[in-house]
Write a protein that binds this ligand. Sequence first.
Ligand SMILES: [Zn+2]
Ligand SMILES: [Zn+2]
Length: 272
Amino acid sequence: MFKWLLLFAGAGLFYLWIKGKKQAALDAENPFKPNKNKPEKVSSPEVMVQCQCCKVHLPQSEAVIFENRFYCSKEHLQSLGSKGWVGDAHWRISPNQDARPENTQPDLVVIHHISLPPAEFRNKPSSHHIVDFFQNKLDSNSHPYFAEIAGQKVSSHFLITRTGELIQFVSTQDRAWHAGASSFLGREKCNDFSIGIELEGDGDTPFEASQYLVLANLIQKLASMYPLLQFAGHSDIAPDRKTDPGIFFDWKKFQKETAISGEKLPFGLSPR
Ligand SMILES: [Zn+2]
Ligand SMILES: [Zn+2]
């Protein structure tokens, strides 16, 4: 009985040996046969994107993404690009713009305030109305004041909301329509050579600390690209028509936070 068992085991081992030899021969014939134990990795090609600021190409997985835009680094996200757009601002392009006169670089920043409807921000967030206004999308039926102004075609380069959100409507290289009839130290048509910054406000309410912070940060970027910038309020360049940014805009605080020299503030630091 034991002999039979040995014979069977021997036959079994012989069979396995023959089978192994056959498989080895087959594998030798077909060296590219995929190995079943190690499935091949199916790797899709890496999607490449371009940094909005420096135009370098990089894999999307390594990019910093903001509002569907790609940047190679946090530094480039936060910078003012050569095309005149701030990377980490919300871009809401306004049609109310055109080219600056030839060979004109901005050398003035005009500070404004705006709120729609006036003072509404005290009760509820309403900065979206300003965005609509600058994009000619204000619904004139939704408020009597909107019916008055909806036909106006205006814009600014930037808006800083009560919560410190930075929104950009026009490239700093182009002309936004914010100043209207105006004169800065004898030079007319300030839109030609200025950058307009709107602070959400109503003239009767102090501005928020976060608005000053975002403003100072923005001024730093602007001043590094345009070293000749001087600073004025809308009321300084259109005194017969305009009162903004008003007495609640703290020019001393503005100067302290931006570290701008006094010479760049030709209208002084007193409230007005
Ligand atoms: Zn870059
Ligand atoms: Zn204004």
